[in-house]
Ligand binder design. Sequence first.
Ligand code: GDD
Ligand code: MN
Length: 375
Amino acid sequence: MISLVIPTYNEAQSIEETLRRTARALSRTSEPFELIVVDDNSPDGTADLAEALGEPCSVRVVRRSGRAGLATAVLAGWAVAKGDLLGAMDADLQHPPEILSSLSQSLREQDAEIVVASRKVPGGGMRDWSPVRQFISWASTRTAHLLLGDALGGVTDPMSGMFMIKAEVIRGRELRPLGYKILLEVLARGDYSRVEEVAYVFEARHSGASKLGAKQSWEFLAHLIRLSFGSRKGRGQWGYALMGLAGAALNLGLLFLLAEVLQWPRAAAAAAAAEAGLLAAFTGKVASVPQDRKSSPASCGRGGLLALSRIAHSRIGRYHLSRAAGMLLNIAVFLLFSERGFGFLASALTGILVGFLMNFILRFVGIPGLDWRRT
Ligand code: GDD
Ligand code: MN
């Protein structure tokens, strides 16, 4: 059974069309379903309108006394859900109900425990979103990936408000979301091993206006920080960051030994030390994210090509590819500074710092075609 929660605040102009369209879309699946509208005491009478569609659209209405926010509304709906598949969708038809069947089908037929409707996979997108709103969504997504990294399960669109999960993902888990982003909470605290994504186009709002404001933006940042320190997976990212620091220290120490003590050629010493530092950071990564969620199958090829493609597709290969720019810059800056007569420590530390900054920027901005989430 599918239990779909629809959080509402002042959606009187949209709610009837939304419930009818959603009931029609879910009737096309072979699944029994219930639509749980969780309304925060909307002054425009949204709850009464939803209640009137109880019979024909299998609607239940949960009325809350105050405006407690989107994310907690979804939790309140899931708390009374009867289904083994729990979903969330907005009431303003920006999330097309017609893709719900793809979400439930993906949970039933693949071994995913979470399926996210994503605007950021091929075929997905945003219709009529202002450049400002697109930038806010992009910056929020990058910030979430930066702070929570692999705790987001490799999802391209962790800001999505439309998704479906198997109920066991959150069973016995204490979820304490803030503001809007309930999916962030599920990804960081839920128990799952595989996430799938289904492309969708975020539509123009049916009527009324978005309730997203400055308060929700602050809540988003507070939520990210709380998850980063308060969830096991979030803390795992800090462990990985510490291993990155250890890698930098190893890089510096080994470079000193090879270049200054053993008098290796400086380029060879810099390359060997940088590689050792990268491998140390990679070890931290594997320790903080044990399994590689979506390792891609090695592509076909012949002989040496096959071996190369296997390495490139392997986790360590992808890791090296994604950090190659920073590594090369580290080596180049060290050699350049050394040749210009700067001392060993100044040259080495500048190289390591510049290399780190390059990787940090590339990770924040993302590189088209390079999937950082799986490195
Ligand atoms: N119960 C309740 N309480 N519902 C709320 C509240 C609240 O305080 N605030 C908003 N809602 C409901 C709205 O009525 C609507 O059904 C849904 O939550 C989304 O609200 P919008 O204000 O339309 O959000 P948005 O369109 O700016 O952003 C949505 O889409 C983004 C992309 O998927 C939200 O779902 C975001 O979380 C999401 O990132
Ligand atoms: Mn909306």
